[in-house]
Design a protein around this ligand. Sequence first.
Ligand SMILES: *Cc1c(COP(=O)(O)O)cnc(C)c1O
Ligand SMILES: [Zn+2]
Length: 398
Amino acid sequence: MSFVERLVCSKCGTRYRSEDNPVMCRKKDLGRLDVIYDYDAVAKQLTRRTLSSRATRDIWRYEELLPVPTRYAVRLREGGTPLLHAKRLGAKLGLRKLFLKDETRNPTASFKDRAMAVGITKAVEMGKKDVVIASSGNAAASLAAYSAAAGIRCHAFVPDDASVGKLAQLRLYGATTVQRKQEKKGEDATVQAMLKAVEKSGYYPCPSFGPFNPYQVEGPKTMAYEIFEQMSWSSPDAIFIPTGSGCLATGIWKGVNDFKQLGLIEELPKLVVVQPEGNQALVRAIRAHKKFSEIIPEAFPKSIASGLLDPFPWDGDAAMAGVRETKGAGVSASEAEIMRAVKDLAAYEGVFSEPSGAAGLAGLRRMLEQGTVNKNETAVVLVTGSGLKDPNVIVDSA
Ligand SMILES: *Cc1c(COP(=O)(O)O)cnc(C)c1O
Ligand SMILES: [Zn+2]
C-alpha cells in the first residue's frame, strides 16, 4: 500500500498523481515535484512503538515514508549507519555532546546510496532499462552500483577532474562514463549533457537533484529519522550539513518535518548548511536574506571539496526553507578549515572522510569560534563520504 497522496511542483503548484510516475514538471520550470504523504494514514502505522519492534535496519525501515513499495527495493544495505559520540574531538572543541553520523559506512561509501537506492527502485517499478546521471562522482558511483544490482544500464556524466576513487567505482560497476569540462560561467556541463541524453534517448534521469528526479530526494530523509531514533527521540540542537546542490539539506528538512508532522518529535533541530568558500551561492543568499530566485550561480566553483561544487543549488528553495523554519544558519569554510576537519576526524575519532564529507565539521568549528553555537549544545555533524574516494587530495595536503 502506498501512502503517497500526490506530487506537487515546488515552482508552479501543478499536482500530479503518484500512479502516473511523474519525474519532472511538464511545464519545464525546474520545479521539484515534492512528494506529499497522507500523514493521518502513516501515523496509524508508524509510531515509536511499531518502530522499536522493527528488525529492518536499512532505509526500508521507514517504508511508509518512501515513495515506492518495498517489494521492488534494490538493496545493498544502505542506511542504518552509526551515530558516533565523538568524545575526544568534542573535548578538543569544548563540546560535550558532539555526534558524528558516519555515512562513510554505506555500500559505496557515501550517503548518496540512500538517494540512489530509492531512485533505482522507482526505475525498476517503472520498468526502465537505462538511467542517466550528472554528478561530481559520488552519486554517479552509487547509481552505477544500484544499476548493476538491478540489471539496468547506467550512463554517467562526470567532470573532467573527477577523483580516481569515484572513477574506479564507475568503471567496475559497469557504467558508461563520459567526462565533461565546465566551459561556460555558472553552468554545469554534466547537467547539460544529462538533459540532452534524456531528451534524445528517453533515459530515466536520476541525478541527486530534486528538479530532475523527485524520488531520490526521499532517500536521505531516512538519515534524519535515524538520528532521532538513535538519540532516543530527543532532538539535537543543530545538524551540520555539507552542501552543494542543497538536495541533502532538502532531504534532512523533509525528514525532520515528516517526524514533526507525525508527532514523533517535538523540537526542530537547527539546520546548518555548510559550503566551501569557493562555492557558496546558497550560503550567501541565506546570510543576505535573499530569495531563492535571486541566487546567482557561482561562475567557476573551486574547492578540494569536489562533491560540493554544483555552481547552482538546484534544491536551494527547500534548503532555505529548512534553515528558516528551524532558525538555522548558512556558513562557509575555507580550504584550510576543511582540511583540518578531515585530519581531526581521522586523528581524534578514527573516521576517514573525504574533504566534502568533513565540511560540516569545519562549519561547526567556525560557528563555535564566532560564538554562534554554544558549548552546551548537542551537535550532530553529517560525515557524508569516505576518504578512500579521494586519497590523492588528502595525501597532497596532509
Ligand atoms: C553530494 C555530496 C554532498 C552534498 O550534497 P548536495 O545534495 O549536493 O548538497 C556532501 N557530501 C558528499 C560526500 C557528497 O557526495
Ligand atoms: Zn512546475
